[in-house]
Design a protein around this ligand. Structure first.
Ligand code: GCU
Length: 610
């Protein structure tokens, strides 16, 4: 495969009346007539980074010309335009012909252009809008900034019509001395090729063979003795490559990728990596790094993951959507385990089958893109949706089945904020909980009892505490006594106390602090937030490390002292069961808020955690 980058200077223009299609803005002469309002963007780059458009939610048109003068015979090649990410809806024209459109801001998409690409000068037009949609994924409300536009790479891809596709590499750790490598692939056209597996030195050949294809499914199954396993502490990477050996072909290397030999499993309510107990110590990460927006330079992503690893974390959650694939590449090399997610978030339209199809397409595209990355160990099919509602639980269960169908080698879960009424936990490989005791409600001291009560109905499954945190404004210091909310001391105390509590429960196989870096959100506007969600352990300036950062290495290395509280949890559950859903928790909470605090809305909001 050859790649010709279409990154660089594009002309762009806001379509404030949203009439560009009707006015034929995809026709080159119509653009040439426009001499006002034209801007330039150094693609990939969000149009929200343009001065005056910081909060723009609407339509932007992007244009560029490019020369295409191949020195090869066209007939044998397939040409595609590939976008790695554009938010939210993208419509694409090449030489005034409509190629198609794509919904979804975080997964790659491509169009076949053999019929529209010309030798010499070509004219590409991309209309992108970041308008929120009720039937969108995510829908109208979400707690992150709605960066719009072409914010990831754009490439012209040249593919040999005869080629290998859908390469999937699965590994099984059979014992300390033996591992299995299973490679499946599809092929187009008939040709011979050599395949090789290179050792972690990228040179010495571990296995190789010759295959001839005639448009069929291919499989390679190998047993490797004394494998160098992949794990956060030993991120060993092997290489799989395919070389064309047909005499008439010039370019030999057809495909190359790295992979890791590792296996993630759940056994009797614990998590295992390569047959050893695994405790996830994670932190979530939004794809945002100012002043770049979502178009984060490789070295900044590398810096982020190296810092996260150096603090002592072994996992990250790419919240709440798929990040650029370069981040996953870095996690493979640095040695961090990844929970990847699609943005099925809060209140989407779960009754609509079209919404399900869109979610399934996002999931399939993400799995196809990242299936060979050893760092990715589990797929999350959603976050904090109203899961107590039947249609929402069914939506998530269908997505879980869909994920398993496309990848049986990884764990599948849904990230829940419901302490009890989550109808999907029995189906998920891992039970999860997001809850903010001590921040949004209750007191952190209540957490231990609540967790034992919450997990009682889901005993034979590992739990992961997928979100907890506290906001802190960098530089707002307080003394240890009062610990005002939004002070760095309050954040340190809440995170430290919560991690101690989780560590004392042997049914937890891990946790993720919400979140690594403060991030833009239009919902966060008190005097400490100023448009940012401040739960980061570093500020939006990245170099500003909050107090918690200096204590985390010690907190993360603290030995777990688990107290077996299963019996306590069961007793609590039995006592409270007759009342657990409505009478004790819901009504009392509601009554308290109405009578004591006269705050009905707060009461309703608090119901949302049960
Ligand atoms: C939720 C949600 C996050 C949000 C966080 C918060 O659990 O999953 O997207 O940013 O809480 O309130 O800070």
């Amino acid at each position: 495969m050859q790649k010709i980058s279409l990154n660089g200077q594009w002309i762009c223009i806001p379509d404030l009346e949203n009439r560009g299609i009707e006015k034929g803005w995809f026709i080159q002469n119509n653009l040439k007539k426009k001499d006002t309002g034209l801007l330039t963007l150094d693609i990939p780059k969000s149009f929200n980074l343009l001065e005056g458009y910081e909060f723009f939610e609407g339509v932007f048109w992007h244009y560029r010309e490019f020369e295409f003068n191949p020195d090869i015979d066209h007939s044998n090649y397939e040409y595609q335009i590939m976008f790695k990410g554009a938010n939210y809806n993208a419509k694409v024209w090449l030489n005034e012909k409509f190629l198609g459109e794509h919904d979804g801001g975080f997964t790659p998409f491509r169009f076949l252009i053999n019929k529209t690409l010309k030798k010499g000068n070509n004219f590409i037009v991309v209309r992108v809008d970041n308008i929120r949609r009720k039937n969108g994924i995510p829908s109208l409300y979400f707690d992150w900034f709605n960066w719009g536009g072409i914010y990831r790479d754009v490439d012209l891809i040249v593919l040999n019509k005869n080629r290998i596709t859908d390469i999937k590499i699965k590994t099984e750790v059979l014992s300390k001395q033996k591992s299995k490598i299973f490679i499946s692939f599809k092929s187009r056209g008939a040709f011979n090729f050599k395949w090789q597996i290179l050792d972690i030195d990228k040179k010495s050949i571990v296995f190789e063979g010759i295959k001839s294809t005639n448009s069929s499914l291919g499989k390679i199954s190998l047993i490797l003795d004394n494998p160098k396993l992949w794990s956060p502490s030993t991120p060993n990477l092997y290489y799989f490559q395919i070389i064309d050996i047909s005499p008439e072909v010039k370019t030999n290397l057809l495909f190359k990728c790295h992979f890791g030999i590792r296996q993630i499993e759940v056994h009797s309510s614990y998590l295992y990596l390569n047959k050893k107990r695994l405790m996830l110590k994670g932190v979530s990460l939004h794809e945002e790094y100012l002043p770049y927006g979502r178009t984060i330079p490789y070295e900044k992503r590398l810096e982020d993951l190296r810092r996260i690893k150096a603090i002592g974390f072994n996992a990250i959650r790419t919240a709440h959507y798929s990040h650029d694939e370069s981040l996953i590449d870095i996690a493979d090399k640095v040695g961090l385990l990844i929970l990847e997610e699609i943005p099925v978030y809060w209140d989407c339209n779960y009754k609509s089958n079209d919404t399900f199809k869109l979610a399934a397409k996002m999931l399939r595209t993400l799995i196809k893109r990242d299936i060979n990355h050893p760092s990715v160990i589990w797929w999350s099919v959603g976050n904090e949706i109203p899961i107590h509602k039947r249609e929402c639980a069914n939506f998530i269960k269908r997505l879980m089945n869909f994920a398993k169908m496309h990848d049986s080698s990884r764990l599948v879960t849904y990230v829940s904020r419901k302490l009890t009424s989550d109808l999907t936990r029995k189906k998920a490989d891992i039970a999860t909980i997001n809850t903010y005791f001590g921040w949004y409600f209750g007191d952190m001291k209540m957490l231990s009892l609540i967790l034992d009560w919450m997990r009682t109905p889901i005993i034979f499954k590992p739990w992961i505490f997928t979100e907890f945190g506290a906001g802190a404004k960098f530089g707002f210091r307080d003394n240890w006594k009062n610990q005002t909310k939004f002070s760095e001391e309050y954040q340190l105390n809440l995170l430290d106390y919560t991690i101690r509590t989780i560590n004392s429960k042997d049914y937890f196989s891990g946790w993720f602090i919400w979140i690594f870096r403060d991030f833009k959100s239009i919902h966060r506007n008190n005097e400490y937030q100023q448009g940012f969600n401040r739960k980061g352990i570093v500020s939006e300036k990245s170099i500003e490390k909050k107090l918690i950062c200096y204590h985390l290495p010690k907190i993360l290395n603290r030995k777990r002292k688990t107290i077996n509280t299963k019996v306590l949890g069961i007793i609590l559950w039995v006592i409270s069961f007759p009342f657990s859903y409505l009478i004790t928790t819901h009504l009392i909470t509601l009554l308290l808020d109405i009578l004591v605090k006269n705050d009905y809305k707060r009461g309703i909001r608090r119901l949302s955690i049960f």
